[in-house]
Design a protein around this ligand. Structure first.
Ligand SMILES: Nc1ncnc2c1ncn2[C@@H]1O[C@H](COP(=O)(O)OP(=O)(O)O)[C@@H](O)[C@H]1O
Ligand SMILES: [Mg+2]
Length: 439
């Protein structure tokens, strides 16, 4: 299984090395950033490039539609574009192709940023290590807990961290017991967001009556995942991003996600950095220490009607909100590289609060979807949605992918947005989808 390598990227300016580059072999790379179509991989590529590191960027073949450019491929800091087999259809082939690449081009660190690529690569962690390459992920024991919400919530319950009231459902016969216990709306979510066998991502979804509950439950169960039923928390969505080494928090910042797409709680499309709330901080530190977290993670909460933070999950990887942290002054991708290569990761000395970042394409989708779900949980009136969307242009200066020093990804994102609009995926209300490809 080979990789298709394309030399790419514009000529990068000569940056000032902020990290030791002495370990790079001639013709090799300091880092291979996977999942190049994601915002977090673009942010990482830029961080590495600006620190003077040589970054190759990879994406699966399935994501390389010529009509939809891969944003990180267009960065001036992308020293090489690598096209891999799909981890969703051929996880072993994907991992073999990454190993081939590292063998041919000595690479110090491999950084996956999505659940699918993480799941495909952890089995070859030792093979990468034998090639002198570090897979920049926490230990498998941490990933096993973080990737399974059932297990995460069990740890949280032991620690006394508040979570939404939850019942597990493994068959349709168990639905009546759930309906007896909860009022609508009820949130249904898979125990595991990404299933390797089924190669799909299943999003949490709210149901407002029994008929919807049956339909959603059948869809989830038929995709082979366990299901959690939860009470719906109606408050703010907050996240705490941390960098942890041996139980020591080297950097930490908090944000609120003002809007997400899908509406209940998908990718954040509008976020703002916050002073760290003591309640979520205490819960997040307790959780990461209990599971032995190492490296970067984001702990997600949602507040209930009484403003109590309820734990949603922990993502033991870079999340899509990372651009907000970087604009606020915390360069988590660079910390990952330093940690993975054994370099010093300094304690951070704070970050800017009130920094707002927006993913415009996602926010357009939020506006469109809101029109199709007025009156449901997590929706607002049409007039309010238009007002929020429109006035956001006055409040926010940072847009995902846009950086005047590196315009290629912004042009790629504009093109992706135009294609989405042309296909009317943005302007016409979409059918409700909750079982999707990973992105
Ligand atoms: N019980 C719930 N009540 C309200 N919102 C929820 C609930 N469960 C999930 N959400 C929203 O959906 C988001 C995604 O849910 P999460 O459990 O993190 O699953 P995923 O793995 O898809 O990210 C949460 O951050 C939250 O905003
Ligand atoms: Mg989540």
């Amino acid at each position: 299984m080979g990789t298709a390598n394309v030399q790419g990227g514009g000529a990068a300016p000569a940056p000032t090395p902020a990290v030791p580059v002495a370990g790079r072999e001639p013709g090799g790379y300091d880092v291979l950033v996977l999942d190049g179509a994601t915002k977090q991989s673009l942010v990482s590529t830029r961080s590495f490039g600006r620190a003077g590191l040589r970054a190759a960027v990879a994406e699966c073949f399935a994501e390389c539609d010529p009509a939809l450019p891969v944003v990180a491929f267009r960065s001036r800091y992308c020293a090489r574009q690598v096209v891999l087999p799909s981890f969703a259809e051929d996880a072993a082939g994907f991992a073999a192709a990454v190993l081939d690449f590292v063998r041919e081009h000595p690479t110090r660190v491999v950084l996956p940023t999505m659940d699918g690529s993480i799941s495909a690569l952890t089995p070859v962690r030792d093979q990468l290590a034998a090639l002198g390459c570090t897979l920049a992920l926490p230990p498998d024991s941490v990933l096993d807990v973080a990737n399974d919400k059932d297990r995460t919530l069990a740890v949280a319950a032991r620690l006394g961290i508040a979570c939404p009231r939850t019942m597990r459902i493994d068959s349709l016969d168990e639905l009546p017991a759930v309906l007896a216990e909860f009022d609508f709306p009820i949130v249904l979510k898979p125990t595991i967001s990404f299933t390797r066998g089924a190669a799909i991502r299943v999003n949490p979804v709210e149901v407002v009556n029994e008929a919807e509950a049956v339909t959603v439950l059948q869809t989830f169960l038929s995709s082979g995942v366990g299901v959690l039923a939860q009470e719906w928390a109606c408050g703010r969505r907050e996240g705490v991003t941390m960098f942890v080494i041996d139980g020591d928090i080297r950097a930490c910042c908090a944000h609120v996600a003002h809007r997400t797409s899908p509406q209940l709680g998908g990718a954040s499309v509008m976020r703002e950095s916050l002073p760290i709330p003591p309640d979520t901080y205490a819960a997040a530190v307790g959780l990461v220490c209990a599971i032995g977290m190492e490296g970067v993670c984001e702990v997600e909460f949602r507040r209930d009607a009484k403003n109590r933070p309820l734990l949603m999950e922990i993502n033991a990887r870079l999340a899509g909100t990372i651009e907000n942290s970087v604009h606020a002054g915390l360069d988590f991708p660079l910390m990952i590289w330093q940690w993975a290569t054994g370099a010093q990761v300094a304690h951070s000395d704070g970050y800017k609060t009130g920094v707002r970042t927006r993913w415009l394409r996602g926010d357009m989708r939020w506006l469109r979807d809101n029109f199709g779900r007025i009156g449901r949980p997590d929706s607002v009136s049409r007039a309010r949605a238009v007002r929020i969307f429109g006035t956001e242009f006055l409040r926010t200066v940072h847009y995902d992918c846009f950086d005047h020093r590196d315009l290629g990804p912004a042009l790629a994102e504009l093109r992706n947005t135009a294609v989405a609009v042309r296909k009317s995926r943005i302007l016409r209300p979409a059918a409700r989808t909750y079982v999707t490809r990973e992105r």
